[in-house]
Design a protein around this ligand. Structure first.
Ligand SMILES: C[S@@+](CC[C@H](N)C(=O)[O-])C[C@H]1O[C@@H](n2cnc3c(N)ncnc32)[C@H](O)[C@@H]1O
Length: 494
C-alpha cells in the first residue's frame, strides 16, 4: 500500500456522508445472528474516488475495510489475483491486492465482489476519508455562498465585527484589571463607563443598524436573506446576543420575542448584564429606534386616556395585549384620587405572566395612593376574541369608551388583523375611540432584529393601516406617527 496518505485530524462533529449498511462482511457464515458485521459504505456521489481493477476503471458500489462491490462493463475472471488502485485528488493513491470473488447481474448491471487478499484498509481510514471529504464539501459550499454575498453587506459586517471586537476586548481587559480594586473604585469605573462611553457606543451601533437596514431590506429572496443572516450571525452574532435584552429576544422564553419582560427591560432602562460590554450591548438594545418607540407610545396613550375621559363620568378603557401595562401605571400615578373612581380598566393578554406583572405594577400604585380605580386582568387571546366564547360576549357588552393595542398587530396577518379590528370595534360605545399601533416599514431596527434574534414583525405602511378598518362603518379615521416616524397609529372614532 502507498504510504503517502495520512488519514488523521478528523473533525468529530461532522455527520458522515457515507450511508452505512450493516451487512455480513466476507463470505464467512456467521455462527450467531448477532455476529459482528463489517461496515459497508456507499461512497457519496460527491466523493471523487477513481478506482481501477487491473488498470480498468470501475465504479464503487460499496466498500468495507476488507473488500468492495463494484460495477463495470468489463468481465473479470473470478479468484484470479488482481490489483486494485484507488486514486484520490492530487496524485495520492492506495494500491491493494485481491480477487473478484463473485459476479452478479443486478438491474441490468454487472456487479462484482472484490476481496482484499493481503491486508485490510488502515483502521479508521474510510471514516476519515468520509469526514474529511464532508469538511471539504462544506468549505466549498461556504466559499461559494461567501462569494455570492453582497459586498457592501460583507464589508459592513467586518467593520462592525472589528468595532465590537476591539470594544469588548478593551473593556474585558479593564474589568480584569480592576477586579482586585475596592468595590467603591469599581463602582466609579462603572459610572464613568455609563456617562462617558454609552452614548457613543449606542450611537455607533444604531448607525450600523441603519446602514445594514438600507442594504438588507432591499433583498427580497428568502434564500438570499438567509445566507446574509447566517453570515452576519457567524461573524458577530455572539457579540449582539450575550446580554439580557437581545439575548431574550433570541431565546424567546415565552415562545416569542417582545414579551412583557422585554417591555419591562425597555421601561427600566438600566445597565443590566454581567460585564461592562454586556451592559453596553443591553443598553444599545433598549435604546434602538424601535425601543424608543415603545417608550413614546407609553406617553401617547396616557395623553389620550386623559383627554378623552375629561367629559365622562364613567370611563371604560380596554387594552388589548396589554403586556406590563406601564402606561396604566403612569396614568394612575398622575390622576387625582377623587377622579380615579370613574375609571374601569380591562387589561387583556394571552400571557398570564404578563398579566401578573401588570397586576403587581398597578396594585402597587392603587394601594400606595388609595385610588378607587377598578382594574380587571383578563387572560384573553386574539383567538378567543375571534371565536367569541360566552366570556368574550360579556366583555363585548361592557361598552368601552377607549380601546388601544400596540405591539400586537405587528404579529398578525392582514386578514386576521382586519377581522380582529371589526370584532373589537363592536365593543365600543358611540363617540368612542380605538387606537391600533403598528411598526411602519421605515423602522430601521427591523433588520438587526431579524439578523441577530430572528425577530420578524409585520410592518404596515399607511395604506395597509387604513385598510384595517371599513371606513363606511366608522365616523372618522386618521393616522398618527411617532416622533421618529417609525411607529404608526390608526386612530378610529366610531
Ligand atoms: C410587544 S408586547 C406589547 C405590550 C404592551 N401593549 C406595550 O406596548 O407595552 C406584546 C404583548 O402582546 C401579547 N400577545 C401576543 N400575541 C397575542 C395574542 N395572540 N393574543 C393576546 N395577546 C397577545 C403578549 O403576551 C405581550 O404581552
Amino acid at each position: 500500500m502507498s504510504k503517502n496518505l495520512n488519514p488523521n485530524g478528523i473533525a468529530q462533529s461532522v455527520t458522515p456522508i457515507f450511508i452505512v449498511e450493516q451487512k455480513t462482511g466476507t463470505n464467512i457464515i456467521p455462527i450467531f445472528d448477532s455476529s459482528i458485521r463489517e461496515k459497508r459504505i456507499q461512497p457519496h456521489k460527491s466523493i471523487l474516488l477513481k478506482v481501477f481493477v487491473n488498470d480498468i476503471p470501475v465504479e464503487i458500489e460499496n466498500i468495507s475495510d476488507s473488500g468492495m462491490a463494484f460495477a463495470s462493463e468489463s468481465t473479470f475472471i473470478q479468484n484470479e489475483h488482481s490489483e486494485l488502485r484507488i486514486e484520490f485528488s492530487g496524485d495520492q493513491h492506495l494500491l491493494l491486492k485481491g480477487k473478484v470473488v463473485w459476479t452478479r447481474q443486478i438491474n441490468g448491471r454487472s456487479l462484482n465482489g472484490f476481496q482484499f487478499s493481503q491486508e485490510y484498509l488502515p483502521e479508521g481510514f474510510l471514516e476519515a476519508l468520509d469526514r474529511t471529504q464532508l469538511i471539504k464539501i462544506n468549505i466549498q459550499d461556504n466559499l461559494k455562498i461567501f462569494t455570492s454575498l453582497d459586498n457592501d453587506f460583507k464589508n459592513l459586517t467586518f467593520e462592525i465585527k472589528n468595532y465590537l471586537e476591539i470594544t469588548k476586548d478593551s473593556l474585558d481587559r479593564l474589568e480584569e484589571e480592576i477586579l482586585v480594586y475596592s468595590e467603591n473604585v469599581r463602582n466609579s469605573y462603572r459610572e464613568v463607563i455609563k456617562s462617558n462611553f454609552e452614548s457613543d457606543f449606542v450611537g455607533m451601533l444604531k448607525d450600523y443598524s441603519k446602514k445594514l437596514d438600507a442594504i438588507f431590506s432591499k433583498m427580497e429572496n428568502s434564500e438570499i436573506r438567509k445566507y446574509h443572516t447566517d453570515f452576519f450571525r457567524s461573524q458577530v452574532g455572539k457579540y449582539y446576543t450575550n446580554n439580557p435584552f437581545i439575548g431574550r429576544a433570541l431565546r424567546k422564553p415565552r415562545g416569542y420575542s417582545g414579551d412583557f419582560e422585554m417591555m419591562n427591560q425597555i421601561y427600566r432602562d438600566n445597565f443590566e448584564g454581567r460585564t461592562f460590554f454586556e451592559m453596553l450591548m443591553h443598553k444599545y438594545g433598549i435604546n434602538e429606534s424601535s425601543s424608543l418607540s415603545v417608550k413614546y407610545r407609553r406617553k401617547y396613550f396616557v395623553n389620550h386616556i386623559l383627554e378623552f375621559s375629561s367629559k365622562h363620568s364613567v370611563f371604560n378603557v380596554c387594552s388589548v395585549a396589554c403586556g406590563p401595562a406601564k402606561e396604566v401605571v403612569d396614568f394612575l400615578n398622575i390622576i387625582s384620587v377623587p377622579d380615579s373612581e370613574k375609571y374601569n380598566f380591562y387589561l387583556l393578554d394571552q400571557d398570564i405572566e404578563a398579566l401578573l406583572s401588570a397586576k403587581r405594577n398597578i396594585y402597587e400604585v392603587i394601594m400606595r395612593r388609595g385610588l378607587k380605580t377598578k382594574v380587571e386582568f383578563l387572560p384573553v387571546s386574539v383567538k378567543d376574541v375571534l371565536e367569541g366564547s360566552p366570556d368574550i360576549k360579556k366583555l363585548s357588552h361592557i361598552g368601552f369608551h377607549f380601546m388601544y393595542t400596540a405591539g400586537l398587530y405587528d404579529y398578525l396577518s392582514q386578514p386576521v388583523a382586519k377581522m380582529l379590528t371589526t370584532n373589537l370595534l363592536s365593543w365600543l360605545t358611540p363617540e368612542s375611540m380605538m387606537i391600533i399601533g403598528n411598526f411602519h416599514p421605515s423602522n430601521p431596527t427591523k433588520t438587526i432584529s431579524e439578523l441577530v434574534a430572528d425577530w420578524k414583525l409585520i410592518h404596515r405602511n399607511d395604506e395597509e393601516m387604513l385598510d384595517l378598518v371599513q371606513k363606511d362603518k366608522v365616523k372618522n379615521v386618521r393616522l398618527h406617527k411617532d416622533d421618529q416616524n417609525i411607529d404608526i397609529f390608526l386612530e378610529i372614532v366610531v
